[in-house]
Design a protein around this ligand. Structure first.
Ligand SMILES: C[S@@+](CC[C@H](N)C(=O)[O-])C[C@H]1O[C@@H](n2cnc3c(N)ncnc32)[C@H](O)[C@@H]1O
Length: 283
């Protein structure tokens, strides 16, 4: 492990992050400093660089991992677009970013009538309170542990009979949960969400499980990949109301060899090596 990455963070009494929560630094660094590397995919995140400056942590090893920087910016673009399409259709809906880290999607998605909830585990939310306080009355922060069933009710998300659908996002999160925990998360969404709700999340393939030490950025955090999809039906099997609405590639525009590797993997194994899924719930 490169001690320069996390040592300054761990030495500060006010900023303590365990292995998995510390992975939030990877996308934060990309959104803070990646725009100049990939201008076509620039995130334009007004909050990331100021937040990182206040943390005073050396993220240079993450920035040397250019494919990951690109992957974060590319997936941010897709999450933004899909969420913004959702709010076009449902302007009064609530969006919830579960495992939000130090993202601030409401800077892009606030349409003056929708609501937004950012939720993560306690140590991340403490950090968030200091660095990224909620910006207005329609923007709330909450604690969530997705490994504990019952989070839908604990977050006070709308009941199934509500007429207004909910948008859920899990970005860079589910791969750190156990497979049965991911099944429960998807089941809980299918069981509780009002009809027309959508869930957006990124996913690794099962080949990545146990291989985080080979990932050029995640290796610095000691977090491990525990869940990856083996079949496309893994996404919808947890509840009969779930349907896969669309699948989005993230890495194809990095370069030709990445595009070839992604499409070959998808064709050979039937699931993406890394991709983004959009699920919806029916009646
Ligand atoms: C790679 S970071 C992604 C953060 C943010 N979504 C982003 O893209 O910048 C993974 C995040 O998942 C959160 N996370 C991991 N396990 C979780 C759980 N059981 N419940 C809630 N959040 C969790 C971590 O705390 C961390 O903030």
């Amino acid at each position: 492990m490169d001690q320069r990455v996390l040592a300054p963070l761990r030495e500060r009494s006010s900023v303590k992050l365990d292995d998995v929560p510390s992975t939030l630094l990877i996308p934060l660094a990309a959104r803070a400093f990646g725009d100049a590397m990939f201008p076509t995919f620039a995130a334009g995140d007004a909050y990331a660089a100021p937040a990182l400056r206040k943390m005073d942590v050396d993220v240079s090893p993450f920035l040397r991992d250019k494919p990951s920087v690109f992957g974060v910016l590319s997936r941010t673009q897709v999450f933004k677009q899909l969420a913004s399409d959702f709010f076009e259709r449902h302007p009064y809906a609530i969006g919830a970013n579960l495992g939000c880290g130090l993202t601030h999607y409401f800077q892009w998605l606030d349409n003056h009538t929708n609501h937004w909830l950012d939720a993560d585990v306690a140590q991340v939310m403490r950090l968030r309170k200091r660095l990224l306080p909620a910006s207005n009355k329609r923007h709330l922060n909450a604690l969530v542990d997705l490994s504990q069933p019952g989070w839908w009710q604990r977050l006070g998300l709308p009941e199934r009979r509500s007429e207004v659908p909910v948008l859920l996002m899990c970005e860079g999160v589910l791969m750190y949960l156990e497979a049965h925990e991911v099944d429960h998360v998807l089941h809980e969404f299918g069981q509780n969400a009002p009809a027309g709700s959508e869930m957006l999340f990124d996913t690794l393939s099962w080949l990545a499980i146990g291989c985080a030490s080979m990932h050029p950025s995640v290796c610095h955090t000691h977090a491990e990949f525990k869940w990856g999809s083996k079949h496309m039906r893994d996404f919808t099997a947890p509840h009969p109301r779930l349907a896969l609405r669309s699948e989005h590639s993230i890495m194809d525009d990095y370069d030709f060899s990445m595009a070839l590797a992604s499409s070959s993997f998808r064709a050979l194994w039937g699931v993406p090596l890394y991709g983004l899924m959009r699920l919806s719930v029916g009646d």
